[in-house]
Structure formats: structure tokens, C-alpha cells
Design a protein around this ligand. Structure first.
Ligand SMILES: Nc1ncnc2c1ncn2[C@@H]1O[C@H](COP(=O)(O)OP(=O)(O)OP(=O)(O)O)[C@@H](O)[C@H]1O
Ligand SMILES: O=C(O)[C@H](O)COP(=O)(O)O
Length: 401
């Protein structure tokens, strides 16, 4: 079955005066003082919320934060209220619970265009268990359901999946629709040549993505910690670089599969190596096949940056998941930053550039190029599962278009 992307649209729903239950993903990072360190997910949720406000809906927002076990004050959504209110330009009301009489009262008091934020739905273990009774309680609060929580759409939980079965209509919000259009649309029907850049630390965590992308792309560029498993599989000396010994055969079979499929698989020709895994390590650039004992590869080298750049110049669609090196250390961030620069440059020339969640998004944000990309996904795990060709339960449960 093709990955579902055609879902009921919010624009077609009648929302005036209606109580609308909106599942958003406000799982944002907070520091020790409960300050939001990255509000991307809050800003991404605004178009749907603003549309509902402007169209006279009574908006009930539900989200999780972190992975609490029971009621845990440090995972309360309360610290988000000031930022959310500021961005929406109105006072967002906060409930102390996500179901029950107090919440029902607050919902009943909500004026048209008013917004109520429920407390962390994961304070109930029933949420992650997708308990039907809990889903019914959530559903009883509203007249219709909107799922805009793309980042959590790979979870079959009560507020992402269960509730959509009992509260109808159940439609996608604007962020959800945009994510599906890019991540399913661009991948299933890309403008060619189509390239994927996959990095990050482990072959094992990206294997599903690599295998599925080999069916679709013209070119696959590999970077990050996983390349050393591929080098070792080819008989290169890799020093103390990250290697997954039990994945050597798999790396060989992936290289063979690429050949059979006519996909050009590019591995970096040179690497930046370090004498320890630390920001202040000594470093040097060596050919990929000549990593000395006691040294580890922590970034792709300048030749690789050049050849990756020339290869990408020939493409029309690029999807990127996972950093090229240990970008958290400035000394080993050049490869990741160069790829971010290249994609920003190519976006300006009409190439579709999609960044698939997780650390690569953090890297693009760090260098201030997020605005330049065609699409930056708000989902880490969710975007990976889509790229692997998996169905997302939160999407499957929505009404068909
Ligand atoms: N050569 C390397 N050696 C060791 N670690 C590396 C290397 N290159 C990159 N990394 C590390 O890989 C981590 C990211 O890997 P990961 O597979 O989690 O990617 P991701 O983009 O976060 O994916 P996801 O979308 O699944 O979150 C970064 O913390 C980075 O420092
Ligand atoms: O940050 C995420 O990837 C989503 O909010 C989902 O969170 P989870 O991995 O705790 O389910």
C-alpha cells in the first residue's frame, strides 16, 4: 500500500463556534530554568491555530512533553504558555489536567477564537497505551479533531490515533499536510536527478532509510560515523573510528545493491581525523583509505566536500538526514556546514531541498540557513519512518481526502 498522504483537510471542515481538539507536537527542549531553547515546533504549529482562531473555533490544544512516567511537574506544559500567548497575540488559558471536570468547565467557558492548552497528555499512562476509554474522554471534549502533530505521528497513542477513530471529522492540520506533501510527495514523485545525503552515527539506525532510498534515488551520498563500516567492509584501515563489526556484510550488500540498481553511491574520498573524541583533539586530513592506528575519523574532508558539491550541482531534488561529522565540535563541523551551504545555494537555484529531522536540522539552524531550505521537517523519528516508506499511525487514522 502506498504511504498515505491524502487526508481530510482542515480547510473543508466547518469550525465556526465548534470545539476543536488539536493535537500539536509542543515537545520542545527546555533548559534547567524551564526556558525554551528552540521554539521551532511552537512556531510551526501557528498557522493551524491562527486559522482556527480567525474562523471562530474554540481551540483545545493537546501535546506531550518529554517521556514522563506519571504526573511529573518538570514535564508540565505550563512554561510554554507565555511564548505561545506571545506568538498568537492572545492569552492562552492553561488547564491543570488533560481530561476530567475541571477541563470540561474550562472548555465550556472558552469563547469563539479562544485557546486552551491542556496539561501533558503523557501524565496518563493510558496515553501511550492508546487506551480506548482515555481516547473517548479526550474525544468528549470536542466536536472535531485536527492532528497537526507530525513529530508524533509515528506513535499510535490515544491523542494521536485513538481519538481520531471516535471523534469525527478527523482531519490534518496545515503543518501535517505540508510535511506529508514534502516527505511523501517529493520522495514518491521527485524531480530528477534525485539525491539523498545520509549521515549520522550508526549504520544500524539508518539501514531502513538507506535501503528504501536505494529504490528511489539516482545518487546516494554517505557521511558521518557510518562511513567507516563501509570503508572497513572494503578492507581499508579505519583506526579507532566508529565501526559496527556486525554490519560489515550489510555494508557490502548495500554497495552491491546500489550497483545493481544503477544508483551512484558516493563515499567521502578523504576524512578529518582526530587523536581523541574531543573538541580540542589534534586533527589532520588524510585519504579515506589511510587512517592511522589510534586515530578516528570525525568529519568528511575538503576533497569530499568538493566532489559531493559537484555531484549535488547536477540534481533537482535533495533529501538530507544526519550530519556529515561530529558537528557539535567546531573542528569537525566543516563537512556538515559545507553541505548546509551547498543546499542553501541550490535552493536559491530552484532545487528542492528537504532536511529530514534530528541533528541535521539542528546543524542547519546552527548556521542560520533554515529559512533557505525548501522544507525543514519538525519530525525526527516520524520523518525517518516516512523516508523508510512506513505508514504513520497518526496519519492512517485520519479521514481520507
Ligand atoms: N564520524 C563520526 N563519528 C562519531 N559520531 C559521529 C560522526 N559523525 C557524526 N557523528 C554523530 O552522529 C550524531 C547524529 O547521529 P544520528 O544518527 O542520531 O543522526 P540524526 O540526524 O540525529 O538522525 P535522527 O533524525 O534519527 O535524529 C551526532 O551527534 C554526531 O556527532
Ligand atoms: O520529539 C519527537 O520525536 C516527538 O515529539 C516524539 O517524541 P517521543 O519519541 O517521546 O515519542
Amino acid at each position: 500500500m502506498a504511504v498515505k498522504k491524502s487526508v481530510g483537510s482542515l480547510k473543508e471542515a466547518d469550525v465556526k463556534g465548534k470545539r476543536v481538539f488539536v493535537r500539536v507536537d509542543l515537545n520542545v527542549p527546555l533548559d534547567d530554568h524551564f526556558h525554551i531553547t528552540d521554539d521551532t515546533r511552537i512556531r510551526a504549529a501557528l498557522p493551524t491555530i491562527n486559522y482556527l482562531i480567525q474562523n471562530g473555533a474554540r481551540v483545545i490544544l493537546a501535546s506531550h512533553l518529554g517521556r514522563p512516567k506519571g504526573v511529573t511537574p518538570k514535564y508540565s506544559l505550563k512554561p510554554l504558555v507565555p511564548r505561545l500567548s506571545e506568538l498568537l497575540g492572545l492569552e492562552v488559558k492553561m488547564a491543570n489536567d488533560s481530561v476530567g471536570p475541571e477541563v470540561e468547565k474550562l472548555v465550556a467557558e472558552l469563547p469563539e477564537g479562544g485557546v486552551l492548552l491542556l496539561e501533558n497528555v503523557r501524565f496518563y499512562k493510558e496515553e501511550e497505551k492508546n487506551d480506548p476509554e482515555f481516547a473517548k474522554k479526550l474525544a468528549s471534549l470536542a466536536d472535531l479533531y485536527v492532528n497537526d502533530a507530525f513529530g508524533t505521528a509515528h506513535r499510535a497513542h490515544a491523542s494521536t490515533e485513538g481519538v481520531a477513530k471516535v471523534l469525527k471529522p478527523a482531519v490534518a492540520g496545515f503543518l501535517m499536510q505540508k510535511e506529508l506533501d514534502y516527505l511523501v510527495g517529493a520522495v514518491s514523485n521527485p524531480q530528477k536527478p534525485f539525491a539523498a545525503i545520509v549521515g549520522g552515527s550508526k549504520v544500524s539506525s539508518k539501514i531502513g532509510v538507506i535501503e528504501s532510498l536505494l529504490e528511489k534515488v539516482d545518487m546516494l551520498l554517505l557521511g558521518g560515523g557510518m562511513i567507516f563500516t563501509f570503508y572497513k567492509a572494503q578492507g581499508y584501515a579505519v583506526g579507532s573510528s566508529l565501526v559496527e563489526e556486525d554490519k560489515l556484510d550489510l555494508a557490502t550488500s548495500l554497495m552491491e545493491k546500489a550497483k545493481t540498481k544503477g544508483v551512484s553511491l558516493l563515499l567521502p574520498t578523504d576524512v578529518v581525523i582526530a587523536d581523541k573524541f574531543a573538541a580540542d583533539a589534534n586533527s589532520k586530513i588524510v585519504p579515506a583509505s589511510e587512517i592511522p592506528d589510534g586515530w578516528m575519523g570525525l568529519d568528511i574532508g575538503p576533497d569530499a566536500i568538493k566532489s559531493f558539491g559537484s555531484a549535488l550541482d547536477t540534481t533537482k531534488t535533495i533529501i538530507w538526514n544526519g550530519p556529515m561529522g561530529v558537528f557539535e565540535f567546531d573542528k569537525f563541523a566543516a563537512g556538515t556546514e559545507a553541505i548546509a551551504d551547498k543546499l542553501a545555494e541550490l535552493s536559491g537555484k530552484g532545487v528542492t531541498t528537504i532536511i529530514g529531522g534530528g541533528d541535521s536540522v539542528a546543524a542547519v539552524e546552527k548556521v542560520g540557513l533554515a529559512e533557505k531550505m525548501s522544507h525543514i521537517s519538525t519530525g525526527g523519528g516520524a520523518s525517518l519512518e516516512l523516508l523508510e516508506g512506513k505508514q504513520l499511525p497518526g496519519v492512517l487514522a485520519l479521514d481520507d481526502a
